[in-house]
Ligand binder design. Structure first.
Ligand code: NAD
Ligand code: DAU
Length: 332
């Protein structure tokens, strides 16, 4: 039984990982989370009290981080400012949490020698042309576009340097777009589902033809656990599930599942610097660590996600009006 410290465990993917670990292992979990607008303690309800605890705190607080690293066997680092649109409106917290926060954790990892896994994104590689036959691999050059993705790229490079220079026992994973329950309503899929529930037409940026490579959050969690258990120190692993779809295709599926006309959406102002397409080659994870995604049917996973938002309005409703207010200011 390991004692895991999970940063950002009150967010979307971090909380999915906490649930996944508590269900599938004997490990105990401590979540360190600042509970920003994106952290939600309701995502961590009903977890076993003898194996789970939540510490409210900032990953930039070196004293707190040092103390927690001394009490644990491994760290999985999810905490981040995660939303591209917010990073365009105000990049400062992205630099602070994503870069300074990761630096703070790495300094404790260096001191303690603890096993460290860093969660990152495929966006560090920039974007692909729509007709490019290649997908991102572990050797694709870094070329981030937004303040968010550039701070994630910076954090990855810090991890690589701390491995090489100081022998920190770290791995990195870069995953594509996640979907599933407990994702903040600022993000594409929950925003459109909750708009449709509210009788508001979904909003697509630009021409709606940008492509994202969707993976269910539970598949992301199982891949991270596999890398934590069997990954080679210093290595990077790409996580994906062959889920490429245009944004239009996703919205049409949502509308169809919710019993509305497939074309009942609007095209709105595009995101500045909007990445065209992401696509992940996850063959290293399959060939070297024997991992496979379980959620192969996107439409079925999406239908379950829609059902979750319908059944859990008390989880998302408090954030909906403020989130839509922010979008309204920029015509989105
Ligand atoms: P999220 O915004 O839902 O959650 C982030 C969590 O981090 C929140 O609970 C927030 O309170 C916490 N946090 C923020 N700043 C903090 C700080 N200074 N100290 C402690 N906690 C802090 O994000 P998410 O979508 O769950 O993403 C989690 C991680 O996964 C991020 O590192 C992100 O880059 C990465 N990632 C996300 C996706 C995706 O599709 N959402 C895909 C690939 C990688
Ligand atoms: O690829 C991994 C990344 O996926 C993660 O690193 C990020 O943390 C995560 O937020 C996500 O980034 P995206 O920018 O791809 O996700 P977002 O949900 O913001 O948007 C998905 C796509 O949908 C993108 O092409 C923009 C578009 N979009 C988004 C919103 C909110 C719309 O067309 N309309 C919208 O209302």
């Amino acid at each position: 039984m390991r004692r895991l410290l999970v940063t950002g465990g009150a967010g979307f993917i971090g909380s999915d990982f906490v649930h996944y670990v508590l269900e599938h292992t004997d490990d105990s979990v401590t979540v360190l989370d600042k509970l920003t607008y994106a952290g939600n303690t309701d995502s961590l309800r009903d977890l076993p009290g003898d194996r789970f605890r939540l510490i409210e705190g900032d990953i930039c607080d070196q004293q707190l981080v040092d103390h927690l690293f001394d009490e644990h066997d491994a760290v999985v680092h999810y905490a981040a400012e995660s939303h591209n649109d917010n990073s365009l409106a105000g990049p400062a917290p992205f630099v602070q949490t994503n870069i300074v926060g990761t630096f703070t954790l790495l300094e404790s990892a260096r001191r303690t020698g603890i096993r460290f896994h860093h969660i990152s994104t495929d966006e560090v590689y920039g974007d692909l042309e729509f007709d490019d036959p290649e997908r991102f691999t572990e050797t694709t050059p870094y070329n981030p576009s937004s303040p968010y993705s550039s701070t994630k790229a910076g954090s990855d490079l810090l991890v690589r340097a701390w491995v090489r220079s100081f022998g920190v026992r770290a791995t990195i994973s870069n995953c594509s777009n996640n979907y599933g329950p407990r994702q903040h309503v600022e993000k594409f899929i929950p925003r459109q589902i909750t708009n449709a529930i509210d009788g508001v037409r979904p909003r697509l940026y630009g021409d709606g033809l940008n492509v994202r490579d969707w993976i269910h959050a539970d598949d992301h969690s199982s891949a991270v656990l596999r890398i934590l258990d069997a990954g080679v120190i210093g290595d990077t692993y790409l996580i994906g599930a062959d889920g490429e779809k245009t944004n239009r295709e996703v919205v049409e599926l949502i509308l169809e599942e919710m019993g509305q006309p497939r074309d009942a959406y609007d095209l709105v102002t595009d995101r500045p610097g909007h990445d065209k397409r992401y696509a992940i080659d996850w063959s290293k994870l399959r060939d070297e660590l024997g991992w496979q995604p379980q959620f192969r049917d996107f439409a079925a996973g999406l239908a379950d996600t829609i059902a979750w938002y319908r059944a859990n309005e008390e989880w998302w409703r408090p954030q909906k009006a403020e989130t839509e207010g922010k979008y309204a200011k920029v015509g989105q």
